[in-house]
Structures are given as C-alpha cells and as structure tokens.
Write a protein that binds this ligand. Structure first.
Ligand code: EPZ
Length: 431
C-alpha cells in the first residue's frame, strides 16, 4: 500500500502560476547582460589586480561562474550590483568537474588559463536542450596560438610548450562567427606574444563589451564589432572598474510581454543598436515604439503575422525566437519562423500547442497560424528562453497557466515574476 501525501504535504516542482489576460502598465528595468557578465568574469583570470564589474545581474549562472573562479583561486565577492574580483590567488588550472558540468560558460576559462598559466584542463561543455554546442572553433583557434590541445574522456587538456609557456599570436579564420570562440580567443590573444588576427569574428554586442573591458585592462584590441579583430599581446594586464551592458535579450523579452498583452510599457535601459532587428520586427507586427534615449515605450493593439529567420548579429537573435513565437501565436494571419542557429530550438512548439496555438513544424521551420486567444495550461520550459516564452504566453492566455522549468528561467532572468508583477501581472512562484 503506497502512502499518499496530503495536499499540503505534496512536493511541488517549482513552477510559476500565471493568471492570464491582465493588461500591463508602467516601467520595466533591464538588468546587466548575462551573456556579457559571464565572459567578463572569466577575464578576471587575466590579471593579478582587482577587477570590479558593475551592473552584474543576480542570476544562478553568475553564482555558478563565481564558484568556478573561486575554485581556481580567484576571489569573487558581491558588492550590491557589483562583483569585486581578484585573480592574484590563481593557483589551479582545472576547475572541478562537478562545477563546470552544468554551466556551459565555464568553458570561457580555458583561454585566460592558457594565457596566464600556459596550461588548462576544462571539461567539454555538455550539449544541452537546444543543440550539441561544439567547441571546435575554440580549440582550432587555441592551436593556432601555439597550444597543444587534446580531448580525452570529455576533458579538454591544453598546454603551451616551450620556454615561458607563452602563447604566440597568429591568424585565425573561424568557420562560423561563434560568439564563444571569438571571446575565448580574444582573451587568449590578449597576453600572447605578438599579433593575433581573428577573421569571421562574431559581431554580437557582448563581443564589443569584452573588448571594452580588455582595453580598460590595458590590452591592445581593435576591430571588435567587425568581422576582423586584431589583438597585439601585452606582457600583463591591470585591473579595471567596468560596467556590463544592459541585457538586450531581457529587454526584448519585456518588449514582447507588452506586445502579447496588448499593453503600453516602458522598458529601460535599452541600447537600441543592440536590438535593431527585434525593434524592426516589433514595428512590422504593428507595435508602436517611442524611443527616448535608452527608454523604449511600446504599445500594441492589433498584432499582424510576420516571417522571421534567426541569424548571427545583427540579424534576428536566436535567443528571442521562442518569446517572439509566443507573440505570433496570437497574431492575425500565418507567420513563418526559421531557426538557423541551433539545431534543436523549436521544442517550445509542443508546449504552445497545449495552450491552443496552431503551429506545425517542418525541420527547422515553424508555421504559426495565429489564434484569437490562447488558453491556460500546465506547460514546461525546455531551455532558458523557452521558459520565458511560456511565461509570456501565460500572460496572454485565458485562465491559469503553470510553467515548470524555473531552473532554466532563473539562469537568465533576475526576479522575472517580480518585475512583471510590478507592472500588473499576476504570477505566483510555487515550490
Ligand atoms: C552564445 O552561445 C550565447 N551564450 C547563447 O545564449 C546564444 O544563443 C549564442 O551565443 C548565439 O548568439 C553565451 O554567450 C553564454 P555560438 P555560444 O558559439 O557562444 C555553432 C542564452 O539563451 N558552432 O555563437 O555557445 C553552434 O553549434 C544562450 O542566453 C559551431 O558549429 O554560441 C551554434 O549552432 C543560449 N562550432 C552556432 O554556432 C563551434 O565551434 C552559434 O554558436 C562553435 C559554435
């Protein structure tokens, strides 16, 4: 006879319970960019001096990265919205497996460790829900800088042979404009001997933010934000006090929250150059945008279908594909979304269908026939951005939606439900 738990004792999977159909109004504040802060934290390994990073978002991925750096000997302390870091105590060249296994961004350590110590052992970042997430370009580039790299039993071991164990500058051509590979190689090249040229480099704003920090630390970097980045290595880098850019993906998610609830909201701060493709698409679907400096006020009544294709920056960002699909599920007409960056990033389609969305997929393409109203249902987010997409759908749906997958959501959105409740949403966190 199996014991049954009384309702009050039932153990709930952490979930958000959303009462849909409420209009939003007010202002949503955008936090610092997760995908910039994580790589800037890894740059603390490049110097023995104090590094102060401001506007660092309070996210589980940030905590995870701090734990990894601390395990290597770096000191990392939170000071309000800033992180105080110091790499003078760097004593390890291999972060512990159990720490890095859950955090892909841990791979950002390999470049700085090689540059500083001439040796690094970092587990391969596992694949995840959205794809295999290879690091072929990262490894190819490190070899071009003189590192000997082997991969055995899921661990990437790299060493710089020869006297002084110092990387040597070289010419690298990336097969694809990988954000992580570009950032890894910029950090490795900053302390290498001689000049490094990275061709077909990623153009994302987070790459430019990393270049800004490296320059503040005394590195010689030019061309960030263009396909060719040139770095002339220096003997050492000093500390810096540097502010992380606002999170363009969180900003886009909030703009979509206004659009899907047909509300008027102000989202700030937004660097509009970081979101050009998204702002254009929001106007194409019928939103009105009033841009005053870094404040974007969005209002939406009728939403029309559009087609979109995810591309490397400055194209439409893959990280906003799922949230935008939630909006298009409620648009008038049929939209087509093509996911060109990751091989498995349409898993949210099934969850949206449970809420009454009329979507069918063919390979990496989704055909979305807008419906007048989604209906609340229990749904699951399969990755960070899919979880956010399900919350947005819940805001617009009739009735109650429960969203599981908060372990993903909390990686990339600080106090997501708190911020949305402050502008009129009705979301409870149950755990
Ligand atoms: C960064 O991942 C972001 N993560 C991702 O954000 C983002 O979706 C992605 O860039 C694309 O913009 C961080 O910055 C921490 P890539 P990254 O290397 O660096 C292929 C989120 O939700 N590729 O530019 O891993 C790869 O398979 C996350 O915040 C190779 O083929 O992305 C993918 O299809 C998700 N070979 C494409 O390039 C390689 O050697 C983009 O990958 C490397 C990558």
């Amino acid at each position: 006879m199996t014991a049954t738990l009384a309702p009050s004792q039932q153990i709930l999977t952490p979930q958000l319970e959303i009462a849909g159909g409420r209009p939003l109004s007010g202002e949503l504040r955008v936090s610092g960019a997760k995908n910039s802060a994580l790589v800037l934290m890894a740059a603390s390994l490049l110097t023995e001096d104090q590094l102060r990073l401001r506007n660092v978002p309070p996210l589980t991925d940030i905590e995870g990265m701090a734990e990894i750096l601390i395990s290597l000997g770096v000191s990392a302390k939170r000071d309000g919205e800033a992180l105080e870091m110091n790499g003078s105590g760097l004593s390890q060249s291999a972060p512990p497996y159990e720490l890095v296994n859950s955090l892909r961004a841990s791979f950002f350590c390999i470049g700085p460790l090689l540059a500083r110590l001439g040796i690094a052992r970092v587990p391969l970042p596992g694949g995840c829900q959205i794809g295999t997430r290879p690091v072929v370009e990262h490894v190819k580039g490190l070899k071009a800088l003189g590192a000997q790299v082997t991969i055995e039993h899921g661990v990437v071991s790299a060493v710089v042979p020869g006297r002084g164990h110092r990387l040597k500058g070289g010419r690298i051509h990336l097969d694809c404009p990988s954000v992580g590979a570009t950032e890894t190689l910029m950090m490795a090249a900053a302390l290498a001997e001689g000049e490094t040229v990275i061709e077909n480099a990623a153009l994302e704003p987070e790459v430019i933010d990393l270049a800004g920090l490296l320059l503040a630390m005394g590195a010689k970097v030019r061309g960030a934000g263009t396909p060719t980045i040139t770095i002339v290595g220096v003997d050492r880098l000093h500390g810096a006090d540097y502010a992380v850019i606002p999170d363009r993906i969180e900003a886009g998610t909030f703009l979509l929250a206004a659009a899907i609830t047909r509300s008027c909201l102000t989202v700030a701060p937004v660097i509009t150059d970081h979101l050009g493709a998204v702002l254009t698409k929001l106007e194409e679907v019928g939103c009105h945008l009033d841009i005053q400096g870094t404040n974007v006020t969005i209002s939406a009544q009728e939403i029309q279908a559009v087609d979109l294709r995810t591309q490397p920056f400055p194209g439409f960002p893959t990280d906003l594909q799922a949230p935008f699909m939630s909006l298009l599920a409620t648009a008038q007409g049929t939209s087509v979304i093509t996911e060109n960056i990751f091989e498995n990033r349409l898993q949210h389609v099934g969850e949206l269908q449970r809420m009454g969305a009329a979507i069918r997929t063919q390979g990496n393409t989704a055909f979305i026939e807008g419906v007048s109203r989604l209906s609340g249902a229990p749904v699951q987010g399969s990755d960070l951005r899919a979880s956010a997409a399900m919350v947005l759908a819940g805001l617009a749906a009739e009735g109650i939606t429960t969203v599981q997958g908060l372990e993903y959501l909390d990686r990339g959105y600080a106090d997501f439900e708190g911020k949305l409740n402050a502008v009129g949403a009705s979301i409870r966190r149950l755990s």
